[in-house]
Design a protein around this ligand. Structure first.
Ligand code: IMP
Ligand code: MG
Length: 183
């Protein structure tokens, strides 16, 4: 079954790819690593909406830093289809300038990498002091760009995943684990 033909109606149709417990444990590690790496520096987190909102909420609470700030950027590369169009649309711009800030982009998933490539190029023109990426999930088999990811939660196979912020046609973002469609 190709991802364009997926039809998901109930969460019972999902298998667990990454459990709540696995998410918790890995995010605690990422948080510690980020706090260590940015020790004494500001961490200006930019969360890519909408998919990263659940990961963001857990990640920032795992980072022990008093110099952390958060801003949001709305990007959309998918319509209701599960296939990447390669066309990136800015649906909401940042509310704060990033010049001279240590920017950490928080993303739910890097699939083709086209969304992130667009975002990196866009943010670089605003002259941040540094620019790094933290993605919860990475699908290396599908990635066609050369974006450098400093923090990766989990490397996953090329399957369409849902839950923990990730949607299927705007549904299932509230599922507390990372699920896949059972075939
Ligand atoms: P990319 O541009 O192909 O890297 O895709 C980036 C965006 O597509 C992500 O931020 C997600 O919003 C969405 N996306 C990619 N793969 C999946 C998936 O398996 N499930 C849900 N959304 C996905
Ligand atoms: Mg996204």
């Amino acid at each position: 079954m190709s991802s364009e033909d997926l039809i998901i109606d109930k969460r019972e149709e999902l298998g667990t790819l990454i459990s709540e417990e696995q998410l918790r444990a890995r995010i605690a590690e990422l948080g510690e690593q980020i706090a260590r790496d940015y020790s004494g520096r500001d961490i200006h987190v930019i969360a890519v909406l909408k998919g990263s909102f659940v990961f963001l909420a857990d990640l920032v609470r795992a980072v022990n830093s008093d110099l952390l700030s958060v801003d949001f950027l709305g990007l959309s590369s998918y319509g209701v289809s599960t296939k990447s169009s390669g066309v990136v649309r800015v649906t909401q711009d940042l509310s704060l300038p990033i010049e001279g800030r240590h920017v950490l982009i928080v993303e739910d998933i890097i699939d083709t990498g086209l969304t992130m490539k667009y975002l990196i190029e866009n943010l670089r023109t605003r002259r941040p002091a540094s620019l790094e990426i933290c993605t919860l999930l990475h699908k290396p088999d599908n990635t066609v760009t050369d974006v450098e990811m400093k923090y990766i939660g989990f490397t996953i196979p090329n399957e369409f995943v849902i839950g923990y912020g990730l949607d299927y046609a705007e549904r299932f973002r509230n599922v507390p684990f990372i699920g896949v469609v059972r075939t």
